[in-house]
Design a protein around this ligand. Structure first.
Ligand code: 4NP
Length: 155
């Protein structure tokens, strides 16, 4: 595959998918993989905002950078432009399945399908405490390692 393009999707694009973007970007660089990475929300309420301050703080403590990230909604053109569209939970996967366009030839999956944890969804941390953001990071780091292995196997 030419340079793979990966889009991470959650609801607001301020907590989970920006964290996935930051974590996966660093891991891809460390693995020497050339990948285009972006994130988006199925909802547009937070368009233009920076990632949530709690998500940034928790991620930055583990060395991840959120530089350049601002929230955006999913576009119809994303289905034409991305090879992997990875949802943080079933609700967002369902929403994406309803919006998918016929020119989409990629993979539309739950992100955690690439991980080894028994969890299939990254729980929404927005209304909870700081431990929720640490849990988000743990799940995303695990699934990112799995996605790296998957991409490394593509000829
Ligand atoms: P995210 O978290 O989908 O991980 O970005 C949320 C952010 C905002 C809201 C819900 C979830 N909200 O209801 O505004």
């Amino acid at each position: 595959m030419s340079k793979p393009k990966v889009l991470f999707v959650c609801l607001g694009n301020i907590c989970r998918s920006p964290t996935a973007e930051a974590v996966f970007r660093r891991k891809a660089i460390e693995a020497g993989l050339d990948v285009y990475i972006d994130s988006a929300g199925t909802g547009a309420w937070h368009q233009g905002e920076l990632p949530d301050a709690r998500a940034r703080e928790a991620g930055q403590k583990r060395g991840y950078s959120f530089a350049g990230q601002t929230a955006r909604a999913v576009f119809d053109t994303d289905f034409r432009d991305f090879d992997f569209i990875l949802a943080m939970d079933r609700r967002n996967l369902q929403e994406l399945k309803q919006r998918v366009t016929e020119n989409f030839t990629g993979k539309l999956d739950l992100f955690l399908e690439y991980g080894q944890s028994k969890n299939q969804e990254v729980p929404d941390p927005y209304y909870g405490g700081l431990d929720g953001f640490e849990n988000v990071l743990d799940l995303i780091e695990d699934a990112s390692d799995g996605l790296i292995r998957t991409l490394q196997q593509i000829p």
